[in-house]
Design a protein around this ligand. Structure first.
Ligand SMILES: Nc1ncnc2c1ncn2[C@@H]1O[C@H](COP(=O)(O)OP(=O)(O)OP(=O)(O)O)[C@@H](O)[C@H]1O
Length: 345
């Protein structure tokens, strides 16, 4: 019950059912941190030229990929508002929870460090990325990703997409092609990050298996609802089903009306409800989970945010899946600094 209240308090500034994306999180100490980051980021903006860096790290943490220079990959006018701002990126690796347990460091980090001055070119470059021994080539078309016909139909006829955006071109081959790596993708708002993980989840799950296989953890219920809407639209022809794990009341207390175990392939929700469904209510089995997404990773993994909840969910999944599929572990985290920076102006 205390957990439910905690989650509700964290979400009280964003009314349930709203499709508006949250522009700030209500915790005052978090806001203070972001203000400090903004100042630091402006200094970096003055010194840097436009760049998008793509890097992977070896076991010693040494970067093994070159920095790439490229065009703005913004897809909507919202990104234009962020011009001349830079993104101050947090350290998201080497995470530990309060009881001392640690999680794997992500193998690959994709970052958009500064927004481009010129957004006129959206050409996708072909790049080769090597993670461990595996080469990944960025995808110029959705066909190159070996997606099902039903998924391609959703992308073209429902979403009206023609080709992957830059962040999609670079991340989707890594998300969809084995061996699946741990990935952090950081890019500004409007660059197509939502599609990266929604398409990643739709592309990875088996529609024939009636069990949860993809889990997306979001900091607010509004974001969870919004992400599920995108998933339902994009996956319209796939037969894949989803469920939103958010508090079922619109007040402040938690009311669980759900009693039947989850058989939907994709589960999108907030940490408190997800944890409750997994542990107390025993509605959500993580036995078949093969892709885990932390949306807005900077908040989901912040020490003064949801880090403990996120790490517990991650460890529960690792524990339940046992050691039979160690190479299948896939942890992707998405950061949404563009939105937060816009809110700070
Ligand atoms: N490949 C694509 N082609 C055309 N439009 C796209 C493509 N990918 C995404 N979009 C559209 O661009 C807009 C922004 O995409 P999306 O929401 O995925 O970006 P985002 O990086 O998650 O943004 P935010 O940080 O604001 O959440 C949406 O309207 C989406 O439908």
């Amino acid at each position: 019950m205390a957990e439910a209240q905690e989650e509700d308090q964290q979400q009280e500034n964003t009314p349930p059912g709203s499709t508006q994306k949250p522009v700030s999180l209500p915790q005052p100490d978090k806001d203070a941190d972001l203000s400090a980051s903004a100042e630091e980021g402006q200094k970096v903006a003055a010194a840097n030229t436009d760049s998008v860096s793509l890097s992977a790290e070896d076991d010693s943490g040494k970067a093994i990929l070159p920095q790439l220079t490229g065009d703005d990959d913004a897809l909507d006018s919202g990104a234009q508002e962020n011009k001349e701002k830079s993104l101050d990126l947090p350290k998201l690796d080497g995470l530990s929870v309060s009881d001392g347990a640690t999680v794997d460091k992500p193998e690959i980090v994709l970052k958009s460090e500064k927004l481009s001055e010129e957004a006129e070119s959206h050409e996708t470059e072909i790049k080769k990325v090597v993670a461990g021994d595996t080469p990944y080539t960025s995808a110029k078309t959705f066909e190159e990703l070996n997606l099902s016909e039903s998924l391609l139909r959703g992308l073209y006829s429902e979403m009206k997409f023609e080709k992957p955006s830059r962040i999609q071109a670079e991340t989707l081959p890594m998300i969809l092609t084995p061996p699946h790596v741990n990935l952090i993708a950081q890019a500004h708002n409007g660059s197509g990050k939502t599609t990266c993980f929604v398409l990643g989840m739709l592309g990875r799950v088996d529609a024939q298996l009636q069990a949860p296989q993809a889990l997306c953890v979001c900091p607010t219920r509004e974001l969870a609802i919004q992400n599920e809407e995108v998933l339902l639209k994009m996956g319209k022809y796939t037969g894949i089903t989803s469920v939103c794990a958010i508090p079922s009341d619109s007040g402040g207390g938690y009311l669980s009306t759900r009693r039947d175990p989850i058989v939907d392939q994709v589960v999108i929700g907030t940490p408190g409800t997800l944890k409750r469904w997994m542990t107390k209510d025993k509605l959500l089995s993580t036995k078949h989970i093969k892709i885990l997404v932390f949306d807005e990773a900077d908040h989901m993994l912040a020490q003064d945010g949801f880090q403990d909840d996120s790490m517990r969910i991650l460890r529960d999944i690792q524990k339940n899946r046992g050691s039979c599929q160690p190479t299948e572990d896939f942890w992707t985290a998405r950061s949404n600094f563009g939105t937060l920076w816009t809110a700070k102006r």
